[in-house]
Design a protein around this ligand. Sequence first.
Ligand code: ATP
Length: 361
Amino acid sequence: APSSASAASAPSVELVKLSRSFGGVAALDGLDLTVDPGTLMCLLGPSGCGKTTALRIIAGLEHGDGGEVRVGGQDIARVPANKRDMGMVFQSYSLFPNLDALDNVAFGLRMRGWGAAKRRTRAGELLELVGLAAHAEKYTHQMSGGQQQRVALARALAIEPRVLLLDEPLSALDAVVRVQLREEIRSLQTRLGITTVFVTHDQEEALSVADQVAVMRAGRLEQCAAPADVYADPATAFVAEFIGTMNRLPGTLAADGQTVEVAGRRLVVREAGQRSGQRSGQRSGGEVAVLIRPEAVRFEPSEDGAATVRLAGFRGPITRITAVLPDGTEVLSDVPSASAGELVPGRRASVVLEDAPVMVV
Ligand code: ATP
């Protein structure tokens, strides 16, 4: 199998107070981020939060106004894009239409002065790595989108890059191919041990492929953590609501800010942002919104319940029940499908919340 940067030699990538403005608008506003050697970091965030700008600055296709990019501890500001040893895959397939798959993969090697025979051997190995050995002679118009992205990936890896940069590489593909290819990218990345930065706005994609997820907002880092931690222990209300689904229920915060009353229950308030220091922790009592995951909500069928079931969305093992409270607030609950039978639209139910700390906003 072709070798690439092995985990032992893979560099870290660090962004240090990276800034970039376009016409007075800050695309990046002091972004700090460390990608550990050989790991896959997803940059995740809403449209316009600066993900692509960050990636392009790492690649050298764009310059920062301030801050540094360090690869393996070295500031690479003076290294031009074509000397950075980075492989890149974009959303649009961006293959050369006049070259077949093999020559597309071999292209970067030609630029590096590899001889024809060596190039073809290496390109063939890479096509095999991405499962396209049988398609070496195909041109772009003869390949599916997924196949073209595999070729683009093989091309990016052919030069044995120190760092792999992926900018929404799966966004143009249909759902099935997308899931398949993301799993392949992940297994390839793990096998090669290549330090990888993967930009996506798709949270499910980020959670499923990344070692670490960097949730960005307005050019800054909201939280960087393992997928399970970003989901279960969001550092900010923004992260809590951006990742997965959240209920936002009206509640009353106690004067000491420690507990909140919501749907007839008193729950402990979780100190969001304690780790990141982004929240003051000082809140006065009063009306608040309480963030609760659908899996922490249960509906009990009851004639005098406050909620009315509106929808029962079957999703295989679970069914997502949507109910409304008298004030119009929607409440979502994920219920094992086996026990969702009674929760049909029109049924009244009482809302039961799991006794776990919640975030308030
Ligand atoms: P998306 O998911 O929509 O691609 P993103 O998170 O990748 O968004 P960027 O593309 O990095 O965001 O853009 C961040 C901000 O910088 C946006 O407000 C965008 O309009 C602006 N921007 C980016 N590139 C340029 C440019 N070349 N000229 C002017 N403004 C730009």
